[in-house]
Write a protein that binds this ligand. Structure first.
Ligand SMILES: Nc1nc2c(c(=O)[nH]1)N[C@H]1C(S)=C(S)[C@@H](COP(=O)(O)OP(=O)(O)OC[C@H]3O[C@@H](n4cnc5c(=O)[nH]c(N)nc54)[C@H](O)[C@@H]3O)O[C@H]1N2
Ligand SMILES: Nc1nc2c(c(=O)[nH]1)N[C@H]1C(S)=C(S)[C@@H](COP(=O)(O)OP(=O)(O)OC[C@H]3O[C@@H](n4cnc5c(=O)[nH]c(N)nc54)[C@H](O)[C@@H]3O)O[C@H]1N2
Ligand SMILES: [Mo]
Length: 881
């Protein structure tokens, strides 16, 4: 970039002069920034030439960003000649000996992982969708898809949409479930889901306990901590930029302990342990809440809590807590301001009363520790030491990743996330630098706000009618999710102004999987009920790059370009950087960008929609013109100037890093009593949640809640509907070789990372299973067949199957599953194919957990949690009946 002397690999905002100033302020991190200062000087000239190809001189090297559903921010360098991508290298591809400048923690190198490097294989993959396809046989049959022309595909899609418009006349809404972006909002009320598979439990917790839009600490802030507990997150796998910060923390001597149901790369590479604590603490899935409660009980019993903070900042810890709210927020259902309302904790509902009850029941502090130990499999001494180490280290950081990790996606995930926040709050760690509430902020520094892109549609937008994602099959089959008739009728009347009548039912007759990334069939719970439900639909259309599971079950499939065939800005999932995705090659085959498909359909339907001839770069130029650097950033780097549009395109990455000692803690900007929760305080008890009556597990306070499926059932030997007492629990971690379902068809990765069920050798031995045996993993929800991988990474009693492999129904092997499709709460028997593709959602169950409330969804846009782990199963060598 030419707006000032070259100094740093990325378009980082820190000037050398300013860096010097900020480093002087903080001795703890000065060595790192001092290194950077020296390194910048040493390395700068190299980067002036670094855009020249490493391979050949006549090859153009274009900086671009790896746009993929992961929590990294990786920069790729595309080596291009004659319109062909020859190779991908990465930011950081400088000779190692001269890469001292990469030690910057201010402005980070965004190095690619194996998935980034593998993208070339995906761009040129033989199985890319090349032409529009029409299903001419039964849904799901791969052999009966036929190539059709774009004209025919658009015609056929519009025919189906017109049919739904006819239905709209009777129903008052379009019975189309929108997945991804479509022109539907301009066509009238339509259907969409609440309930979020990734962060629903976390978002419900944070909204109700911390306030609307308030996020956790930034990752960089862990460098200010005295003790780091990584809880159910595997950043070494899932957030490629975070291990660098964690490594720096380790180098500073900050002890790191990882609490995870399996031995992960993060444990191996990052965890140090602490006096009396092993690096790895391994609870059984879904039992973390019990450990947290026991820790909090020990801290409270020993008087190690911060009473002054609790009294000033929190609500619902002490009995009879009463507050006249000074919240800036309002009730999302009634629109009433919360300010001025008086809230009182009902008798018996405070956290202290909860602890008292627990102590009575379990036999005092030692009894509570013993209870948590028996449930979790972590010994009582370890829980006690963890509690004391955490309480004495000030500040101490709880670190669960951006979506609060794997334990958040279990049957009591909302309470787990809430207890993490509560533990941080009771020790005064929730709002201080170096603290942390578990959930991370998606922003490490500050982020640039881009100008508004020109709108795609004209006219009024209609709101979607919301139904529960986690009961979508039941909604298709019966019209009802887990809400009572009154609740459903009331919600739709309030939100959409449509009265569904005495027997309210939602009709879903079509799925329109439009723009953007998702594989709903594969990546949401309970695949087997979907097989039944999706069969009933009038039609399914899908825009895709590959024959994903969702595309496979569609009737019309439109081929979509990859992110090497179009240009756009993205902050991506983790919003720290602003990135440019660059068009490297022309759209291949007959593929088109998502927005263009939407525009073609809209035009055929007579809607004014689309970009009206604007190129990608014209749209981006408008966004860049409106780009704003946060005012606060000027205090960090007064000299910072936004690059020109051309410079930005060239560099493709802009960071506004904040040095650790100036880390921005979102929750710290609220005065005590003025948080945007109902009470204005950090809630241990949520009056709003209680008032809604939508809690699946009833408790409106943070506490241990027994999940619908879990460890207790194993102990009690509870039988499922199939009549089996399942002895094992499973987890479904995210895998290094896939980004969810993406890359499961990329052989250079699948050949390297075998997909299978990870199990402890002792669990294998008693079942007569050897390494590599094809085994059946099954429960009431379904059955899958995949290789056994024996490993000491697993604890006995817990198996793991990485999420994301593609569902593949066997043609030969079938299984008797038991699940509820008619909504009477009683599972029925269904004969289903064995999944031989390894899609773990074959084993998950349709259910709402936490707070199933569409009004919360309107506040967080991702509400309503998912139980993807901690559930039960059995593994066997032969096909179970
Ligand atoms: N390579 C890769 N990176 C990704 C993704 C990907 O698919 N692939 N997906 C991205 C997305 S969208 C997300 S949301 C993030 C998720 O990122 P993470 O939350 O880090 O990933 P998970 O694998 O869901 O869970 C983290 C860990 O939780 C553990 N765990 C599961 N259940 C429990 C439990 O009950 N208790 C405890 N203590 N531990 C438990 C698992 O063993 C796992 O190691 O990753 C992002 N990054
Ligand atoms: N059992 C279990 N299930 C899980 C999880 C778990 O831990 N366990 N994790 C959950 C989590 S955290 C998440 S975030 C979800 C992720 O689940 P989803 O977001 O539903 O699925 P992905 O696999 O990321 O979907 C990617 C698909 O979109 C396509 N695609 C990508 N970009 C585009 C685009 O721009 N346009 C179009 N038209 N198509 C595109 C890809 O080709 C691919 O087929 O999975 C959830 N499911
Ligand atoms: Mo996610």
């Amino acid at each position: 970039m030419s707006h000032r002397p070259p100094k740093n690999p990325s378009s980082c905002g820190l000037t050398r002069r300013n860096l010097f100033k900020t480093t002087a302020a903080c001795a703890a991190v000065s060595s790192v920034f001092g290194q950077l200062e020296r390194a910048v000087a040493a390395v700068a000239p190299k980067f002036v030439t670094s855009t020249r190809s490493m391979l050949e001189t006549n090859v153009r090297v274009i900086n671009t960003y790896h746009e993929i559903h992961c929590h990294g921010q990786c920069m790729l360098k595309a080596h291009v000649r004659d319109g062909r991508l020859l190779a991908l290298t990465s930011a950081g591809d400088v000779p190692r000996a001269e890469s001292a400048g990469d030690e910057s923690i201010g402005c980070m190198q965004r190095r690619a992982c194996m998935k980034g490097y593998a993208e070339r294989k995906r761009l040129y993959a033989p199985d890319r969708l090349k032409y529009p396809l029409l299903q001419t046989g039964e849904r799901g049959n791969l052999a009966t898809f036929k190539r059709i022309s774009w004209d025919e595909a658009i015609d056929r899609a519009c025919e189906k949409i017109e049919l739904m418009k006819e239905r709209q006349k009777t129903l008052g809404y379009l019975p189309i479930w929108e997945l991804g972006g479509t022109p539907l909002p301009f066509m009238g009320p339509y259907l969409s889901a609440y309930g979020h598979h990734s962060a629903g439990n976390q978002n419900d917790c944070l909204y109700n306990a911390l306030g609307k839009g308030v996020t956790g600490h930034p990752a960089i802030d862990m460098l200010n901590s005295k003790f780091i507990v990584v809880w159910s997150a595997d950043p070494q796998t899932t957030s490629p930029h975070l291990p660098f910060i964690m490594t720096k923390a380790r180098e500073q001597g900050i002890p790191i302990v990882v609490v995870d149901s399996r031995y992960t790369g993060t444990v191996g590479a990052m965890a140090t342990g602490a006096p009396g604590l092993t690096p790895w603490i391994a609870p059984r899935p879904g039992t973390d809440s019990a450990i947290l409660v026991a820790m909090m009980n020990t801290i409270y019993s020993r008087g190690l809590h911060n009473e002054a903070y609790l009294r000033k900042y929190c609500f619902g810890f002490y009995p009879n807590d009463k507050v006249v709210s000074r919240s800036p927020g309002k009730n999302p259902v009634t629109g009433e301001a919360w300010k001025g309302q008086t809230f009182v904790v009902p008798e018996g509902q405070s956290f202290v009363e909860y602890l008292e009850e627990l102590n009575r029941e379990k036999g005092g502090e030692a009894g509570v520790l013993r209870w948590a130990a028996e449930l979790s499999g972590v010994d009582a001494k370890t829980i006690e030491t963890l509690a004391l180490t955490y309480a004495h280290a000030k500040p101490a950081c709880l670190y669960s990743g951006w979506t609060a990790g794997g334990a958040q996606r279990t049957g009591n995930g909302m309470y787990y996330t809430w207890l993490l926040l509560a533990l941080a709050a009771m020790t005064g760690n929730a709002t201080v630098r170096g603290g942390g509430i578990g959930s991370l902020s998606p922003v490490d520094g500050m982020s640039l706000k881009l100008g508004q892109a020109p709108g795609l549609g004209k006219g009024e937008k209609s709101k979607a009618i919301l139904f529960s994602q986690h009961l979508s099959s039941q909604v298709i089959l019966t019209g009802r999710d887990s809400r009572t008739a009154e609740q459903l009728r009331d919600d739709v009347l309030r939100m959409n102004g449509i009265d569904l009548g005495e027997d309210p039912r939602l009709r879903i007759e079509m799925i329109w999987r439009g723009a953007g990334s998702c594989d709903t069939f594969n990546q949401r719970g309970a695949i087997n009920p979907k097989l039944l439900a999706w069969k009933k639909l009038e039609s399914i259309i899908c825009y895709e790059r590959f024959m994903s599971s969702t595309a496979r079950y569609a009737d019309i499939v439109f081929p979509v370009v990859t992110h090497f065939e179009e240009s756009f800005f993205t902050g991506s999932r983790v919003k720290t950087d602003t990135n440019v995705v660059r068009k490297i090659v022309e759209p291949m085959y007959e593929s088109k960008p998502d927005w263009e498909i939407n525009a073609m359909i809209a035009e055929r339907l007579g809607l004014d929609y689309g970009r009206r001839g604007m190129s990608d770069e014209e749209v981006m130029a408008i966004q860049w013109k409106g780009a704003k650097v946060p005012e606060a950033y000027k205090a960090i780097d007064p000299d910072f100037k936004l690059p020109t549009f051309e410079e930005m395109l060239e560099k493709a990455n802009l960071q506004l890093p904040t040095p650790p000692e100036k880390s921005v803690i979102a929750a710290a900007k609220f005065a005590p009593g003025e948080f945007p929760t109902d009470t204005g305080r950090i809630n241990f008890y949520s009056p709003f949640l209680a008032s809604r009556g939508r809690l699946m597990q009833k408790a409106a306070r943070c506490q241990y809640v027994r999940p619908p499926e879990g460890r207790e059932d194993v102990v009690e030997g509870r039988k499922g509907a199939k009549g089996v007492a399942y002895p094992l629990q499973f987890t479904t971690p995210h895998m290094p070789n896939r980004s969810h379902s993406s890359f499961d068809n990329t052989t250079m990765l699948t050949d390297t990372f075998e997909h299978g069920v990870f199990m402890h050798p002792s669990d294998a031995r008693v079942r007569g299973i050897s390494e590599g045996d094809m085994v059946y993993v099954w429960n009431d929800a379904g059955c899958m067949k995949l290789p056994a991988i024996l490993t000491l990474r697993q604890v006995p009693g817990v198996v793991a199957i990485g999420e994301g492999a593609w569902y593949q129904p066997s043609e030969k092997e079938f299984f008797e599953a038991w699940f509820d499709t008619d909504g009477d709460g009683k599972p029925e028997k269904h004969t289903v194919p064995v999944d031989v593709g390894g899609a773990v959602n074959t084993l998950t169950t349709d259910r709402d957990i936490g707070a199933g409330d569409p009004f919360l969804h309107t506040q967080t846009s991702k509400s309503g949690g998912f139980a993807a782990g901690g559930n039960l199963c059995e593994v066997s060598k032969t096909l179970p009946h």
